[in-house]
Design a protein around this ligand. Sequence first.
Ligand code: ARG
Length: 264
Amino acid sequence: MSRRNKIWILLLIFGLVLSLAGCGSGGTSSQQEGTAGDKVYIVGAEPTFPPFEYTDEATGEIVGFDVDLIKAIAEAAGIQVEVQSLGFDGLIPALQAGNIDIVIAGMTVTEERAAAVDFGPTYWEAYLQIAVAADNEEIKSVEDLQGKTVGVQIGTTGALKAEELKSEGIVKEVKTYNTVDVVFLELMNGTVDAVINDRPVTEIYMARNPGKVKLTGEPFEGEEYAYAVAKGNTELLNKLNAGLEEVKASGKFDELVMEYFGGE
Ligand code: ARG
């Protein structure tokens, strides 16, 4: 064989190896669900929000009601999804930038957000409520937040509520943290006097820290959770909405509610 032919054969083999490696690089994530098509839709969540999304300590995987719900929806819709962890205040910008395709994060539908992204139908209703250290006998209502420091997760409706109470001259200072676990740590450390957060999530932090945290005052007005896609992505939104309908009709939705909320 001539030297020239040898080089050609080597080049051919090299090309073949490269193309095989290219084929193998997709479809390896353990968090994918569904089968049809090659596209994997990236779902953004912020996993310090149990039981909606949290990190499984043993596996490091993002799990929770929202995660199981979006996987069930994807399966019903015949699409593939992969869940990624992001900062809560980065979720909507990431949707807008096209870095992720879907947000499911215990996210409340607000007018401002609905102007930036397209929400699906409400799948859950919750309430914001004040939480304090278990031995706090001082704060029993919104008025009692007079002159107090309130801790919240950045970018949340709890943060908005705290800022609103500050501008009304009630709350003295609002401290924002990136994750909800730190919000509760700072409450237990006494860095903040109170927390404003979604009640079902606060209840989980109470259970995780027995005798340390308690709810107080009346719940604020309702918070309606929905998933979101980028503005104008009706094709994906329609698929998800049809999937949600199927998940509800099949009883799978109620199964998940039982699993995570004990049939609430
Ligand atoms: N429901 C609140 C909101 O929409 C809090 C959501 C926080 N979610 C999270 N995954 N940390 O602003």
